[in-house]
Ligand binder design. Structure first.
Ligand SMILES: [Zn+2]
Length: 239
């Protein structure tokens, strides 16, 4: 199928093509992940070079190609200046883009993922939060049907003394069956709240030992799913 189509999208990353062109990888609202050539954007008089940087939310007119689409028009919806001007927030935003890039399927509509990413970027633009990235990762896993079991031990079914989490099993374990990593009661509570509809209040909370546990575990769980280490996430945790 060829021809022109319109969509909105968030630029996940870009890379050079030849002397003057750039390939833009976007998560679009209705066409999944799209790879498109932006012609001439690396020349100084480019019409839309600056609008097609990672993080940018844009309205697009695209020409469908066999392998790569071609950007015909790009109009900025939101440039997320607040994220670009703050290194901590930018690092978090890049972690979101990287995971979405690895998870999204090309040309397969996933408007829920698009809305989740857009919501997370807007939330991060309005207020920095240490739990934003981990909360996004847990929500993402849940949306993929890989939500963690948090109520009963994944081995014996006991609801009592849940003290560990195993990413392979995707859930909590009781004291008798424990394996994986230790999980404090406060971290378990945070996890339950993230996935149980209390996200807004969780995001307003300051850094804590429990938040750090939830963050480390979120990265491991997503990595387990993606089966590869996420460079930007490890940078975030070393910082
Ligand atoms: Zn058990």
């Amino acid at each position: 199928m060829t021809g022109l189509y319109r969509d909105r999208g968030i630029v996940l990353r870009t890379y050079k093509l030849g002397e003057a062109d750039r390939i833009v990888v976007l998560l679009s609202e209705h066409h999944g992940k799209v790879r498109a050539v932006a012609k001439g954007v690396r020349k100084t008089k480019s019409r839309f070079g600056a609008r097609l940087e990672p993080l940018s939310h844009v309205n697009l007119l695209l020409y469908r190609g066999r392998e790569l689409d071609v950007v015909s028009q790009a109009d900025s919806i939101d440039h997320f200046r607040a994220l670009r001007d703050d290194l901590d927030r930018l690092t978090r935003a890049v972690a979101l883009l990287e995971v979405v890039d690895q998870l999204a399927q090309e040309r397969e509509e996933n408007s829920r993922l698009y809305m989740m990413l857009l919501g997370a970027l807007r939330s991060l633009a309005s207020r920095d939060s240490v739990l934003l990235v981990p909360a996004f990762f847990w929500k993402l896993l849940a949306a993929e049907g890989l939500g963690p079991e948090l109520d009963t031990c994944v081995s014996c079914g006991s609801p009592d003394t849940l003290v560990a989490y195993d990413v392979g099993e995707g859930g909590v374990l009781c004291r008798t069956c424990r394996r994986g990593v230790a999980l404090s009661p406060a971290a378990l509570d945070l996890l339950r709240r993230i996935l149980g509809g209390d996200l807004a209040r969780v995001l307003a909370e300051p850094a804590s030992a429990a938040a750090h546990e939830v963050e480390v575990l979120a990265t491991r769980a997503v990595e387990h799913h993606l089966e590869r280490r996420l460079r930007s996430v490890s940078l975030l945790q070393e910082g």
